[in-house]
Design a protein around this ligand. Sequence first.
Ligand SMILES: [Fe+2]
Ligand SMILES: [Fe+2]
Length: 236
Amino acid sequence: MGKDVDRPDYIIDTNQYLLIHDDVATIIDPGGIEMFSSVSSAFAGEVRMSNVKFIFSSHQDPDVVSALALWLSITDSKIIIDRIWSSFISHYGAKPNNMIMVEDGGMKFNMAKDYAFDIIPAHYLHSPGQLNLYDPISKILFTGDIGAALIPKEDLKSKRRPNVFVKDFDNHIKYMEFFHKRFMPSNEPKKIWIDRVSKLDVEMIVPQHGLIFKGKDMVNRFLNWFDSLNLGIYSK
Ligand SMILES: [Fe+2]
Ligand SMILES: [Fe+2]
């Protein structure tokens, strides 16, 4: 795990994750074309590419999954995505035979013989077909763009060793506020999502941008902050 403090300014900072159980791996939100070579070489140090069987895409955005065609060229994997995006991500090289389409209500997904993760709907936060992945063993909730923070490179560089966890929640708010207010359309889906994930045993909230909320206290601080935020705000 780490942050790339040398990425060009014109590219949004993203997080890529690898979920491994026994000898089966799922890549979570593999990222854009421009970072494919560095992400694939980092993952190759952790897992055989032939063991990568699934690519989970929280939603359809280019920063999430535009490198899909490249990943499909080096793995024998299937792409898991919300059904409403299935024909759209065909433009990234997916075909019906390598897609697993998730219905609106989510599902339990058997990744390995004795292991399943939960796919949890998080629609309109921000994508109309957004999905979360919950791992019941580590109790990590991968939230895609929920909890995303846009942290300037300078702020990451100022630390001696860039941290991947939120340390000071109050200070972190300024990196999250604009994104959530501007990219998420309304409060109703947020309430539904908070209600849903509050019933889960979550030790970590892991977004696709920014830093990770580690520990129940941080998870609850994030949920409370998000609950109180008014979404769908823009200035003319
Ligand atoms: Fe997005
Ligand atoms: Fe994103």
